[in-house]
Structures are given as C-alpha cells and as structure tokens.
Design a protein around this ligand. Structure first.
Ligand code: ATP
Ligand code: MG
Ligand code: MG
Ligand code: MG
Length: 482
C-alpha cells in the first residue's frame, strides 16, 4: 500500500464507524496565538473539546498537516538522526467529542491495525499511564494483549526516559492520560521497549497515541496550574502516516517509504544540476532536504514568508538548514525551490493548495535561496577556518557564531547543526551575550542620533525577538524526549 492509500483506508475505516471526515486545517493556526504551528490533529478541535464550540457531529476523523519545528514540540534536531521524526508530517486522527471513550477507542485502533492493515498482533505493544487501570484492563482483558506487552509509564521520575504518558497540548488546555501503541521491528534493530533507558532506538516505534481527554489545565488567580474536569470525557488520537506507512511497507526508516524515495530521488537530480557530483544515496543530508521541502512548501502555501521573526523565522531556519545540507553535498547554486514540483506531484491531490500555489511557493523559496547563496560560501569558509584552529573539545566561540548569524545569515541552529556533525558544540551563552550587546549598541546609536536631531532611522539590527525559540533551536544535546 502506498502512503496515499493508507491515508484513505484510515479515513474510510472511521467513516464506517460513524465519523465525519473533516479536512486538515492549515499549518498556521488561525485563532490560537499560543501555538506557533499546528502540531496535532486535535488543534482545530480545541474549542470543541473545551465545550466552547459545538459541531453537528460528535465523531470526526482527519489527516492533519503538522509541523513540529518550534515551541513545545520541536523535532528539528531529530531530522536526519532518527528513523521516525519529521518537521512536517501528517497525523491521522479519530476524535470523540463526549461520545465514545477509552474502550471503543482502543477497540477501533486494534481492529484497524490487526484486521484492516493486518499487522501481526505479536509485534504490537501498548503503554498506558501508570495510574490508568481502566486502560490497562481493556488492553489485557478485552483485547487480550499479554501483560508483559502492556507497559505502565509514570511521570516525573526525573530520568529522560520517563516519558510521562500524560498528554498536554501546551502549558494549558485539554489534557489526559494516553495509551500509545508501538510496533516492534525486531532484534536486528537497536533500541529498547518504551520506558526503558534505550527506548530512543528505532526497534520499538511509537505509531499511535490515544489520548483520553479528561481535564482542562489552566492557570488560576494565584498563578498556579489547576486541572478542571472537562464537561464530557473525549478522545483524541494521532498516528503518524509516515510511521504507519513504514510499518506497512516493512522498511527500516520513515525515509524508505514510497513518498520519500521519490522526493530523495528528485533531490539528487536537482542537486546534480546545481553542481553536486557524487551523492551517497544514504546521506542523511538527502533526508534532511526531503523532509525540509515539505515543511517549507506547506508553510509558504499556508501564508508564511521567510523573515526574521516568529513563524517566518522558523521557516527561514528550516529552509537555510536544507540549503546548507545541499551545499554540503556540493550544490553551488539554488536547487531547493525546484523540489516544489516533485512535492506537488506526490502530495498535490491530497493537498490541492500545493498545486494551486505551486508557482508562488517556488518563487518565495527561490528568493530565499538566492539570498542565502550569496553568503553561504563565505560563512562556511569562516566557520571552517575557525574550526581548524579550535582545540579539541572546545565549543565554538559565541562571537564567531554571532558573526555568522549577523553578517552571513547563519541561524544559530544551522551553525550548531554543522558542529554536531563534527562532534562539536557552540558557546550559546557567548552568542546570546554578543546578541544582547549588539542590541544595546544599536539602541544607544538610535538615542544618539535622536539627540543630535538627525533623522531617526530605526534600530539597525536584523533580529527582532523570539530569543526563546532561537535558543531552543540551537540545542545540540541529542534526542529530544517528551
Ligand atoms: P515520539 O515520542 O516518537 O517523538 P510523540 O510522542 O512526540 O512521538 P505524539 O505527540 O504522541 O508523538 O503524536 C502522535 C503521533 O504522531 C505519534 O505517535 C507519531 O506516530 C506521530 N509523530 C509525532 N511526532 C512526529 C514527527 N516528528 N514526525 C513524524 N511523526 C510524528
Ligand atoms: Mg506520543
Ligand atoms: Mg512519544
Ligand atoms: Mg516527540
């Protein structure tokens, strides 16, 4: 089955169970300023879960465009390193708005996976929240999963592997215990079962998360977090289409599924046109490029353009990161924007906006790419020179990282990405100090000009905030775990 057929089969299954098929919402959330990008299928139903919005249906199913490249869910650093993470992916989801709850949700999931998709039962595992006996009993008694394959996961044990199985949309909003379904790729792949210290490996891959929404978390008058019971318990589920496809196509990584094979082949073609010679088909850079074109194209199609702040800056960071990987493979001229065509061919029937906006998206990315190609060679030279004289184990100086940012348009996370490939890190504190200093200088200069009665020309800095986002993007501490 191709990814597109799997998407349809999912929607059809839930339609047959009385669910309304609802179109994906844009990757830019229309009315939620707390959210940088849509990161889950439930986002568009947030108000329905909260009881503020009513729909003519109580069951829905979607294939939702998601981006996890900033804010709470940031998988940017994982791309190219894990077999299962993308910045852009499609989340298949079924939802109950005060209709069915745990029992039916688990039964539907099991039926779809084992009867429609015919996955071998013995390769599936489930996790439940430590205190959720109800879910535990459904799995062991009604579904008949052996107790050793139903794993209770608690929270806040302080260890990075203690992922808490208590889902929250953000610091506030709907939340509740989860039950996640994992697929075991077998002992030839490294990694331990969920909850174990080496769960980050690729052997056990989380495919589907079933969230049982029971609470709304909010900040009370005293500034403390409190949890209110939701008017009616609901269900929110999310299954990564690319991960399910990997399981069904029985391939090693998400990047070996039909969709990515095509995109990576196109990437090789355009990279060669731009000057790359030999390209190792297994290069992680190809994966990064194939991943990032999806994130960039969908983001532009939904109205974002590259800029120095907010969503536009996330877009710029992703685009420049992809371009740098192309540069690494030998491209010396714009190539990235040309992949929009291949993407529109692959995904344009499911997401018509890609075709409708194909020319505009290509043009926007082309301009960004041409701009970055003007400085990337000099920036890389400066970086390489600095690295050549860097004593082993020393982080790259924050002043150099800042110069790369300020003069050559290298976002900090891009510099960190180059360094990570060589086992190095960057002095983030030094970078931030240099940034702060420059801002203060700029402010002083502005004041001075005003005092002299000269025309005020604004603050001559290129950076306009989002420090948090920026700093987060520079993390090079390994795989992020929620
Ligand atoms: P992981 O632990 O693997 O990072 P997650 O627990 O963060 O996944 P959820 O928030 O539970 O993921 O999202 C629901 C589903 O969406 C996951 O079970 C997975 O199939 C898919 N998914 C999540 N993040 C990604 C991603 N970055 N790329 C591709 N699929 C993803
Ligand atoms: Mg999960
Ligand atoms: Mg998880
Ligand atoms: Mg995650």
């Amino acid at each position: 089955m191709k990814a597109a057929e799997i998407r349809s089969a999912f929607l059809k299954f839930f339609e047959s169970k009385g669910h309304q098929i609802v179109a994906s919402s844009p990757v830019v959330p229309g009315d939620d300023p707390t959210l940088l990008f849509t990161n889950a299928g439930m986002n568009q139903f947030k108000d329905v879960f909260l009881g503020f919005d009513k729909r003519p249906y109580t069951r829905a199913a979607t294939a939702q465009k998601c981006i996890r490249a900033g804010g709470k869910h940031n998988d940017l650093e994982n791309v190219g390193y894990t077999a299962r993470h993308h910045t852009f992916f499609e989340m298949l989801g079924n939802f109950s708005f005060g209709d069915y709850f745990k029992e039916d949700a688990i039964k539907y999931a099991w039926e779809l996976l084992t009867e429609v998709f015919k996955l071998p039962k013995e390769k599936l595992l489930a996790t439940v929240y430590a205190e959720d006996d109800e879910a535990y009993n459904i799995w062991t008694q009604q579904i008949g999963l052996p107790p050793e394959r139903v794993i209770r996961i608690g929270d806040n044990k302080g260890a990075r592997y203690a992922s808490d199985n208590f889902w929250m949309m953000g610091d506030t909003g709907p939340c509740g215990p989860c039950s996640e379904i994992f697929y075991d790729f077998g002992p030839s792949v490294a990694g331990g079962p969920p909850g174990s210290p080496d769960e980050d490996g690729d052997r056990y891959t989380e495919v589907w998360n079933n969230v049982f929404m029971q609470f709304n978390r909010r900040v009370d008058e005293n500034g403390n977090y409190v949890m209110d019971l939701l008017p009616k318990p609901s269900v929110d589920t999310g299954m990564g289409l690319e991960r399910l496809t990997r399981v069904l196509q029985n391939v090693q990584t998400n990047y070996d599924i039909d969709l990515f094979i095509t995109l990576m082949a196109s990437a090789q073609t355009v990279l060669k046109q731009a000057g790359a010679l030999e390209i190792d088909p297994a290069s992680p850079s190809l994966k990064v490029i194939a991943d990032h074109i999806r994130a960039c194209a969908f983001t532009v199609a939904d109205g974002v353009i590259p800029s120095n702040e907010g969503r536009g800056y996330v877009l710029r960071r992703i685009a420049r990161r992809a371009i740098r990987h192309g540069y690494k493979l030998g491209a010396r001229a714009p190539f990235f924007h040309k992949l929009v065509d291949a993407l529109a061919t692959e995904m344009g029937s499911a997401y018509p906006e890609l075709k409708q906006q194909q020319a505009r998206v290509t043009e926007v990315l082309k301009i960004e790419e041409e701009r970055f190609f003007q400085t990337i060679a000099n920036g890389m030279e400066i970086l390489d020179t600095a690295l050549a004289s860097l004593p082993a184990g020393t982080p790259l100086g924050g002043d150099i990282a800042f110069k790369l940012h300020d003069t050559y348009g290298f976002p900090l996370d891009l510099t960190a990405d180059v360094l990570r490939e060589r086992g190095l890190t960057v002095d983030e504190a030094g970078f931030n100090a240099a940034m702060k200093e420059q801002r203060e200088r700029a402010r002083e200069k502005g004041k001075f000009k005003l005092a002299q009665g000269l025309e005020y020309s604004g603050t001559p800095t290129t950076f306009h905030g989002y420090d948090k986002l920026f700093i987060e993007g520079a993390k090079v501490t390994g795989i992020y775990v929620d």
